[in-house]
Ligand binder design. Sequence first.
Ligand code: NAG
Ligand code: NAG
Length: 200
Amino acid sequence: MASLKDHCAVVAVVVAICFVVLAAALPSHASTAVDEPAKYKPSRAPAPSPASASSYVPPPVQPVIVVQGVIYCKSCKLRGYNSGMDASPLPNATASLVCYGDAESKYRVLNQTSTATDTNGYFIVMVYDVGMFDCRSCRLYLRSSPTALCAAPFIPSNPKLGLTLVRDRAATAPRGARGIFHPKTALMYAPGTGGKCPPY
Ligand SMILES: *[C@@H]1O[C@H](CO)[C@@H](O)[C@H](O)[C@H]1NC(C)=O
Ligand SMILES: *[C@@H]1O[C@H](CO)[C@@H](O)[C@H](O)[C@H]1NC(C)=O
């Protein structure tokens, strides 16, 4: 466990990085997006013409923030067990990303559920409401486990306290991505008091 002091230092650095990165990434008219939340609508790609797949025109690039991570089951030897962490990827679990808007966003709350984790425990949240995303204030929470045998919140252990986000510089950004973030640690469920693990 990092001491509180270390934690704050890390947060301060992350905040500084986030600020610089967001300032650099946001076009000068970014305030427009923040000022007009009511107009937010995930613009759908125009329905591809049924006539032929080859005439498909890619939709215009839409700005997006990507938040990704992994959900594990602690202390259970399931498929993909990692002995160093003593945990296994938990498929079919979900996380939620919660961001609170500032006064400019009229105190809206973004509360988005991730994709269900794949066999590697990997989930993703695509945030198209980019004006609502602030890596200093958004948090990731455990949302659901696919099995009652591994459904006790472990990280974060207090389900009301979410994990802070860190910018992921190594990840390859999809088209339109303004940033890719991951929680500062993996999310984990653990077996309940009985200690029985799921069978898969
Ligand atoms: C995940 O969910 C899908 C669809 O509900 C199901 O077919 C699959 O067996 C589940 N996988 C696990 C590992 O629970
Ligand atoms: C987000 O949505 C989930 C599911 O509806 C809910 O359980 C949770 O309390 C919500 N969180 C916030 C901060 O609104």
